[in-house]
Design a protein around this ligand. Structure first.
Ligand SMILES: *[C@@H]1O[C@H](CO)[C@@H](O)[C@H](O)[C@H]1NC(C)=O
Ligand SMILES: *[C@@H]1O[C@H](CO)[C@@H](O)[C@H](O)[C@H]1NC(C)=O
Ligand SMILES: *[C@@H]1O[C@H](CO)[C@@H](O)[C@H](O)[C@H]1NC(C)=O
Ligand SMILES: *[C@@H]1O[C@H](CO)[C@@H](O)[C@H](O)[C@H]1NC(C)=O
Ligand SMILES: *[C@@H]1O[C@H](CO)[C@@H](O)[C@H](O)[C@H]1NC(C)=O
Ligand SMILES: *[C@@H]1O[C@H](CO)[C@@H](O)[C@H](O)[C@H]1NC(C)=O
Ligand SMILES: *[C@@H]1O[C@H](CO)[C@@H](O)[C@H](O)[C@H]1NC(C)=O
Ligand SMILES: *[C@@H]1O[C@H](CO)[C@@H](O)[C@H](O)[C@H]1NC(C)=O
Ligand SMILES: *[C@@H]1O[C@H](CO)[C@@H](O)[C@H](O)[C@H]1NC(C)=O
Ligand SMILES: *[C@@H]1O[C@H](CO)[C@@H](O)[C@H](O)[C@H]1NC(C)=O
Ligand SMILES: *[C@@H]1O[C@H](CO)[C@@H](O)[C@H](O)[C@H]1NC(C)=O
Length: 550
């Protein structure tokens, strides 16, 4: 089904080879980088490769039976890619970086098959200078792992950022040629032009909680920055139906009202949560499947109908890779069936999966990218779900350590290859000395990736209880993380440009996607004209005519 999506969606085609099985391995990216591949370098390099054959079969007896040692430098980002296959069936194959300290960091994994090559991508950010050993492993020690065309390419953080900047220009901006003419169509030279962005197309938002209803400081702080939100807990089942049969939407409704009044779009969060601990008190392990079936049908009907047409997304079954409360009670297809019902009730809204650790932590197998895609395929293959407007929600709760940007990018590549839009739904970074810097790194990585169509942070003012990633202190002064967010909001919009037309009346600019207002003024006559226009990603090159009638 994903191959089909490729014919419709450019994005899927760009990343087509991620996660698909190919007859021939892809060429080693970057010529292999700092990895020694047998084809070019004979028997040096991979310990167990040898003989210089292009596709040597390797018998996997111990986890590090074929490995290579490379020197990594602190602060550099290393991207790894390799073509892998297994001797039979299909298995998860992981690449592991073994540090002399004994720390093993999983750099990425993929489901490899027999008979064709799958591209494994990943990497690490080296947080110390050291010799590391790279090896491939799978849980099933009986299968052989075949690996070809391995590449490990180092980047400085500066180089990494320049890739991001390039990708931002290509993906988030368009070239616009403006021409100012007079009534007789003659180009107007030296006209003063003011271009102002009135709306940004990219959803970069922030969660909010119930405190916003009672704090004008919180309201002002929020409304002056953000146009997209998610309510942290207020739409959840345990909030709206604390007591069985007594639904109370007072708070959620109040927050919807506040959002509407301030032009803020809302992601619905969430219809259900698969974690057994996150149910209303009366929905627990003792509930009978029959009762849960009735209660959950009532819940989904109630909340999805109530906000029909008013939300831009629903997290339908939160965290169904880590947990399976509903699957255990109602059967394996419980999640899939709820996606079907949600779409029936609110056909215009995008229905998301929403998971943690998929992109933030490579060591959590439950929510690995491969498992994520498997679950998504499962949901889409449920009767009636083929046309589901599905979305991929990646929470993005990072710890306090260096985020693994190489891994994050490879996960976005891999899931982006499905063609379904990715939103990063709950960005936060743990408390630590580099919190603000890491927050910036994560946000830049997300914003610069073409498959990412929105970012919501789970952060806020300390007075509203955001004690992990705090953006403003008790006086609503920025923390350093708050400075980062304000800086990025300003950087990711065009602001106001004042320019003068050239000899042919032209102005050439690169503008962020969004809504604009332009005013052109003829110096000589002081007459002017104003018009609105849109810059969209469908038009990488656009032209706008402003005619001044004198
Ligand atoms: C890498 O991929 C290319 C293209 O598929 C192939 O020709 C080459 O033999 C592969 N192996 C190595 C080790 O480069
Ligand atoms: C327009 O006016 C500015 C000063 O306001 C002047 O510097 C500029 O030369 C004028 N341009 C033309 C084309 O008259
Ligand atoms: C519903 O919730 C609101 C806000 O917490 C509360 O003020 C109100 O009393 C509740 N209504 C009922 C009927 O319990
Ligand atoms: C579990 O649900 C039952 C039935 O609603 C309720 O009586 C019981 O108190 C709940 N148990 C816990 C630990 O909340
Ligand atoms: C869902 O699963 C149940 C059993 O777990 C099965 O009886 C039912 O037919 C399945 N429904 C669909 C539409 O696959
Ligand atoms: C899905 O969309 C296709 C094409 O628009 C249509 O032919 C098909 O009937 C739809 N399937 C469902 C289950 O709605
Ligand atoms: C070092 O980097 C890896 C990822 O590259 C990360 O998992 C680990 O937490 C980092 N350690 C520290 C102390 O930052
Ligand atoms: C934030 O508050 C929660 C709940 O009060 C607490 O469990 C957590 O430890 C706090 N975190 C920090 C970093 O202070
Ligand atoms: C923070 O806010 C308070 C109250 O608005 C203000 O007096 C103070 O100067 C601000 N700046 C700093 C750095 O605390
Ligand atoms: C910090 O906070 C102030 C006041 O809320 C805001 O105007 C400013 O843009 C923020 N960011 C920076 C980088 O100073
Ligand atoms: C245009 O405006 C300037 C300043 O407002 C004024 O000095 C000038 O005389 C005006 N020119 C015409 C043609 O009205």
């Amino acid at each position: 089904m994903f191959k089909e999506a490729c014919t419709n969606l450019l994005l899927a085609c760009i990343f087509l080879y991620f996660g698909f099985c190919l007859k021939e391995p892809l060429e080693a990216l970057y010529g292999g980088g700092i990895i020694v591949n047998p084809v070019n370098h004979n028997i040096e390099g991979w310990k167990a490769f040898g003989q210089g054959k292009i596709r040597e079969r390797i018998s996997k007896t111990a986890s590090n039976s074929f490995s290579q040692k490379v020197q990594v430098e602190q602060g550099k980002i290393y991207t790894l890619s390799a073509s892998v296959q297994v001797s039979e069936g299909s298995e998860i194959v992981a690449v592991v970086f073994k540090f002399p300290t004994g720390e093993n960091i999983r750099g990425g994994d993929v489901v490899a098959e027999h008979g064709c090559w799958t591209l494994l991508k990943g990497g690490i950010v080296a947080n110390f200078t050291s010799l590391v050993e790279i090896f491939f492993e799978s849980k099933n020690t009986l299968v052989e792992i075949w690996v070809d065309n391995v590449s490990l390419q180092p980047f400085t953080k500066k180089e990494w950022k320049s890739h991001q900047d390039k990708s931002i220009i290509e993906g988030r901006k368009s070239k616009v040629r403006l021409q100012v003419t007079q009534a007789n169509k003659a180009p107007l030279t030296g006209a003063k032009v003011s271009i102002k962005q009135t709306k940004s197309d990219f959803p970069f938002g922030c969660c909010m909680n119930h405190n916003i209803l009672t704090s004008t400081d919180y309201q002002n702080w929020f409304a002056s920055r953000f146009r997209y939100t998610t309510f942290t807990n207020e739409m959840k089942w345990y909030s709206t139906e604390k007591i069985e049969g007594q639904e109370n939407y007072t708070i959620a409704d109040g927050m919807v009202k506040f959002s509407k009044e301030n032009g803020i779009s809302i992601r619905g969060h969430n219809v259900f949560w698969d974690d057994p601990k996150m149910q209303p008190g009366w929905v627990n392990s003792t509930i009978s499947p029959e009762k849960l079936r009735t209660a959950s049908a009532q819940r989904i009907n109630s909340v999805v109908s109530r906000y029909r047409g008013q939300l831009i997304a629903w997290d339908v079954m939160n965290e169904n890779l880590h947990f399976r409360f509903f699957e255990d009670k109602l059967g394996e297809n419980a999640s899939a069936a709820f996606y079907y019902t949600a779409q029936q009730l609110d056909p215009g809204t995008m229905m998301f999966m929403n998971e943690y650790n998929t992109m933030e932590y490579s060591g959590d197998e439950a929510s690995s990218p491969a498992n994520y895609r498997k679950k998504l395929e499962e949901i889409l293959s449920y009767p009636g779900n083929a046309n589901l407007t599905a979305g991929i929600g990646l929470q993005g709760h990072f710890g306090s350590g260096q985020p693994n940007l190489a891994y994050m990018r490879s996960v976005l590549d891999f899931l982006g290859a499905t063609g379904y839009p990715i939103w990063i739904t709950e960005v936060s970074v743990g408390v630590g000395p580099y919190q603000a810097q890491y927050l910036e790194e994560v946000l830049r990585e997300g914003y610069s990736h073409p498959a990412v169509q929105g970012i919501i942070m789970f952060v806020g003012p300390i007075t509203a209880g955001f004690n992990e990633t705090t953006l403003v202190d008790k006086n609503f002064n920025n923390t350093s993380s708050g400075d980062v967010v304000d800086k990025l909001i300003a950087e990711w919009k065009t602001g106001t440009l004042e320019m003068t037309t050239d000899g042919q009346g032209f102005i050439d600019v690169s503008l962020f996607h969004g809504d604009y207002e332009v005013t052109a003024e003829d110096n000589d006559t002081n007459s002017s004209a104003t018009l609105s226009f849109k810059v969209t990603k469908d038009e990488p090159q656009a032209s706008v005519q402003v005619q001044i009638d004198t």
